[in-house]
Design a protein around this ligand. Sequence first.
Ligand code: NAD
Length: 495
Amino acid sequence: MNNNLFINGEFISTKNKQKVINPSNAEVIAEVSVASDKEIELALASGRSAFDKGEWPRLSLEERKEFLLKISQGILDNAQELARIETLNTGKPIKESTFMDIPSAAETFRYFAQNLEKFLSPETREISSQITKAQGILIREPMGLAVLIVPWNYPLLIASWKLASCLAAGNTVILKPSSLTPLTALALGNIIHDAGLPKGTVNIINASGEKLGEGICKDKRLDLISFTGSNEVGKQIIEYSAQNVKKLLMELGGKSASIVLKDADIEPAVNGSLCSIFLNQGQMCTAMSRILVEQDLYDTFIADFVAKAKKIKLGPGIDFQAQMGPLISKQQQQKVISFVEKAEKEGALVLCGGKIPEDNNLKNGFFFEPTVIEASSEMSIWKEEVFGPVVCITKFSSTEEALNLANASDFALAGCIWSKNISLAQDLAKKINSGTIWINTYGMFLNEVPYGGFKQSGFGKELGREGFLEYTRLKNIIVDQSKDSKPLVNYWYGF
Ligand code: NAD
């Protein structure tokens, strides 16, 4: 696999290179090409022309399906190597890349390949009223050229969610990974090349965010921007998009709440809650960074949760025994430290963690201990997204109080409920102001089910039929069927 840009079917090596770091030990693991204005222009021109004149949007659905299945198979054929580089680049435990990220990415391509025909089938509506008789035909068309902007926490998986549905819908693409984690996206260029997709259908560039924003997001030739990342950058992209009016999909931050009711099965509730905040070092938009436990269960829950959090084994991602890797960068580590310091100043109680581990073997990496903080809802740690292994816990005495606490957030991405009473849990789920609620589980991202947030967590969906349809535009064709009783429009002027 090479580390070059992939534009118009060619691998492009640029003079300007960027070092890629392994966050487990701060060592350089690769040097990759960085797009300048010239490559950005090439990618835009190539993607535009591939849409306007190229084969991809004009292939039969069966042909498109076959190409997507080839990409899925290409990911599976290279799964071990992709998992290795994903882990070296992000620091995430190799178990996670091997068993979750990479196979799920392949599965997403397979899912959209197998469903695109069903999702694209036109719908006919018969209209019969006192003034007209007509047939409405609703058809789904590709949007055009899309730019897909991906964060660093799930580089290949989030790229695949976007790319698989966007391609299945018939669009051409510029894919832009985070500059911190470009390796698996660039590797995907090799797989797409080998699958033989028409030139210019997929262009993959590594560029600084600012260059991409200024150079691509404002450009007239672009039709859609699908962005996953921080609120700060998301807002900037909304501004860019206004200049030439683009369709936007925005998957932004979160501060999700998990509600543990007193009747919850304690072991799965504790174990699931650990996973919901410490998986991927807590660098998950859907991390349950606020846990609300019903009063009667609080002491038991906290004792078990803290004891288990202390046992989580930190280690370099590439170590199969590691249960938690490092944060993505020194900067992220500093950010998490300052959140914890501020929380302590505001009176929060750190029950465990809260610092860089003392283990000498980890000192070069950007590690941070799993951290549990008893906090209250007026504290900033309760409100702001940390994006690290830091959870706030508090107790509640009624379901109404739990709902008020859960919903008092600017974000509205996800939530969890732990209870044996499924009908009560479902009732609460309906009252939680978030796009996804898991009951007695966490983190099931299913290809079949659309996912996305409300409020400051963004808009638009990923995955499922609805996520796929985001990458299409809806056209209606209306056919007059009034026959004898001619439509009013024919006689309006009395001619
Ligand atoms: P980020 O916003 O810093 O970067 C995201 C992407 O945007 C990167 O590829 C980056 O290079 C690019 N970018 C940066 N500046 C840009 C600009 N001016 N114009 C265009 N692109 C630009 O986010 P991050 O630090 O990579 O990821 C962490 C954030 O992502 C967290 O806030 C997290 O909640 C969010 N996130 C959300 C979801 C979701 O589905 N809602 C999923 C994962 C991560």
